[in-house]
Design a protein around this ligand. Structure first.
Ligand code: ATP
Ligand code: MG
Length: 257
């Protein structure tokens, strides 16, 4: 049991009503995330990772089991969840600051109370000088960082990230991973981070969860006891290599099974 659990999922299954009949995306899933914990989820394409995020954000009902945030069953769209998507999906006609404030508008909270916080978060993600710019005046990595600031603006209990760096080139992606660690260390948010990259998962997470192919269920939960901040040196260490290998082996077993 995680100390002070924020997210608790027990025996959860999710069945879609697809055009071809019922489609089980997740089955008998157990997952617990403690306050301030960074959990990475790895799993084959189509195993239900995005489905899991949809459930946690309250956009999709579950078919069996339980899913709770801060002890409360997830019943509908939740305000205490922040989401960072694979694409930054910024509104092109709004300034970067206004984009960060979108969740505040959506929740009809008083904008005035969040202006200083928007600027503080933009500083944190290295976009302090770009608050009044338009998204098209930012690089892809910068837009993704604006997306992270937007996910944090309402101080959510849980931050969900669905392959947030997938669209970036390899070098920008490495830099963003490093920056995300710095942001996480500064905010200590509870994070659920989906990725297809084993090194990215080991570098960032306190715990890596591996899901099986569809219907997805947990096949491995691997604690990552590496010291922080993790650096290039950490990535070159035997401990890092051993953890990454354990995950790789799990994947080859899954592929063979
Ligand atoms: N709206 C939907 N209606 C019916 N089936 C769906 C729907 N959305 C997803 N699925 C199915 O649920 C399964 C899980 O989809 P999901 O998007 O969660 O996978 P994923 O693990 O995020 O995959 P990827 O790594 O490719 O993003 C897939 O088999 C998919 O076909
Ligand atoms: Mg997905």
């Amino acid at each position: 049991m995680a100390a002070d659990p924020v997210l608790q999922i027990e025996g959860m299954s999710v069945v879609y009503d697809s055009t071809q009949g019922p489609l089980t995306a997740l089955t008998k899933l157990d997952l617990e995330i403690g306050k301030g914990e960074f959990v990475a989820v790895l799993g084959p394409s189509g195993c239900g990772k995005s489905t899991l995020l949809r459930v946690i954000s309250g956009l999709l009902p579950i078919s069996a089991g339980t899913a709770r945030i801060s002890g409360e069953p997830i019943k509908g769209p939740r305000k205490d969840v922040g989401i960072v998507f694979q694409q930054p999906t910024l509104l092109p006609w709004r300034t970067v600051r206004d984009n960060v404030l979108v969740p505040i508008r959506a929740q009809r909270l008083p904008i005035q109370n969040y202006l200083a916080e928007a600027d503080r978060l933009l500083e944190l993600v290295g976009l302090g000088k770009f608050a009044s710019h338009l998204p098209r005046e930012l690089s892809g990595g910068m837009q993704q960082r604006a997306g992270i600031a937007r996910g944090l603006i309402h101080d959510p209990a849980v931050l969900l990230m669905d392959e947030p760096f997938a669209a970036l080139d390899a070098l920008t992606r490495e830099r963003m991973t490093d920056e995300l660690q710095a942001i996480w260390m500064a905010t200590r948010k509870t994070v659920l981070f989906i990725t297809h990259s084993i090194p990215e998962a080991v570098f960032l997470a306190d715990k890596v969860v591996v899901l099986s192919g569809r219907p997805g269920t947990k096949v491995l939960e691997l604690p990552i006891p590496l010291e922080r901040p993790r650096t290039l040196k950490t990535m070159a260490s035997p401990e890092f290599g051993a953890l990454a290998n354990q995950l790789r082996e799990m994947f080859s077993t899954l592929a063979a099974g």
